[in-house]
Design a protein around this ligand. Structure first.
Ligand code: HEM
Length: 407
């Protein structure tokens, strides 16, 4: 047994994963946490699986930088994907990161998030009504994927009739962040950045010509709100809007889908939630921990440092495994069990520190609303076939969830 665990940890390589990893990465993560928690991979980068180490990295942004120019220069070359990712706040350090983050934070106030709710409830109601007329449904296509695109589209003020291409652009751009990039994925990603940027140029120009007021939507906030008198350049505005549109798409779709599958597979937890609907908040936190939609994060060291007893020189690339940290037995009791009432639940699904997800209250609201409303209407929904996994390492979710809604 011990030998098998050691072998699993020894042979682990993020760029060459065995097929069963995509279905169930957790035995690999457990082996790494136990045997090699700060694991040097064949390409010289490090893979971090323990909660305390991951949190330490997130909390020390001066030592562990988010700036990806070096890494993405090598990965993408001088291509649109390089320009896009290296201009997004998430892949930058202060002061640029602080400037953009304050603008976005200013737009996503608790009041602004609460204002999302009525439209969200109406949308979820409509989706459920439409599904109720079908014999069998796909909980991704018919439900989970249809929600975030509308919510983020509303937040950014993208006219409804123009939203159709957003999801595929977003999937193509985020797909190119996978640890291994094949030429097809790179060209799909580059084309998506070009088309998305061209679309946003038009939308932003419209907003400049006909201003809607600084608080009306996120684009207007970014356009008008000059923190310290410094507003964003045209390219900075476009790329951070693309990032915002992308950041909330696939991740939130996956959170809703992962939550619904987890409940279908754990009937006792589903019954618990039906019996006490006030558990929905802690249930969403548990779905975030148990099947974290975003499994990986990345940083690069700015100085020599020791992490988990391992010495690293400056310029070392690190992958933080959120999915592994969120199953760390040192942090969570019975981490491989789904417990919708788990407290405390200090998971890292939204990261931690200065880059902690700026849209987490939006994502939480979407998931709580979607899951509780579906369960309210169809408490005995069931899977009508095996759900199809997304086949990605960074973003964990399903492509299809065939489902019978029941009476
Ligand atoms: C379940 C859904 C979501 C998950 C799991 C998630 C996860 C994350 C994580 C892990 C980070 C930190 C990345 C890093 O520093 O390495 C992040 C950052 C971010 N997220 Fe989310 N996210 C979700 C939904 C959203 C939504 C709905 C929005 C927008 C409305 C959003 C906007 C952002 C932004 C702007 C950042 C960058 C923050 C910064 O660099 O300071 N996210 N997210």
């Amino acid at each position: 047994m011990k030998d098998a665990v050691v072998r699993l940890a020894d042979s682990f390589d993020l760029r060459s994963l065995p097929p069963d990893f995509y279905e169930n990465p957790f035995p690999y993560y457990a082996a790494l946490r136990a045997e090699s928690p700060v694991k040097r991979l064949p390409d010289g980068t490090f893979f971090v699986t323990r909660y305390d180490d991951a949190e330490f990295v997130y909390k020390n942004p001066k030592i562990f930088s988010s700036d990806k120019k070096q890494e993405f220069g090598a990965k993408y070359g001088a291509a649109p994907l390089f320009e896009h990712h290296t201009t997004s706040l998430v892949f930058n350090d202060p002061p640029f990161h602080t400037r953009v983050r304050r603008l976005i934070n200013g737009a996503l106030t608790p009041r602004a998030v609460a204002q999302i709710q009525p439209d969200l409830v109406a949308l979820v109601d409509r989706l459920i009504d439409t599904m109720a007329r079908k014999a069998s449904v796909d909980l991704i296509e018919d439900f989970a994927a249809a929600i975030p695109v509308e919510v983020i589209g509303n937040l950014l003020g993208v006219p409804r009739a123009e939203r159709a291409p957003l999801r595929n652009w977003s999937l193509a751009i985020l797909g190119a962040l996978e640890p291994r990039l094949d030429p097809d994925a790179a060209s799909r990603g580059n084309r998506a950045v070009r088309e998305f940027a061209a679309y946003l140029d038009v939308l932003i120009e419209r907003r400049r010509r006909t201003p809607l007021g600084p608080d009306s939507d996120l684009i207007s906030c970014l356009l008008h709100g000059g923190f310290d008198g410094q507003s964003l350049s045209g390219a900075e505005l476009v790329h951070n809007c693309i990032f915002l549109l992308n950041a909330g798409h696939e991740t939130t779709t996956n959170l809703i889908g992962n939550g619904l599958v987890a409940l279908a597979q754990h009937p006792e937890q589903r019954d618990r939630l039906i019996a006490d609907s006030s558990l929905i908040k802690s249930a969403v936190e548990e779905f975030l921990r148990y099947e974290s939609p975003n499994q990986l994060g990345n940083r690069i060291t700015t100085q020599p440092v020791q992490l988990g007893g391992v010495d690293m020189p400056a310029g070392t690339q690190i992958t933080l495994c959120i999915g592994a940290a969120n199953r760390d037995p040192e942090q969570f009791t019975a981490p491989d069990e789904l417990d919708i009432g788990r407290l405390p639940n200090r998971h890292l699904a939204f990261a931690s520190g200065i880059h902690q997800c700026v849209g987490m209250s939006v994502a939480r609201l979407e998931a709580a609303t979607a899951i509780s409303m579906l369960l309210g209407r169809f408490p005995s929904y069931s899977l009508s076939g095996a759900p199809t996994r997304g086949g990605r390492v960074r973003f964990r979710g399903f492509l299809k969830i065939p489902c019978k809604l029941g009476g």
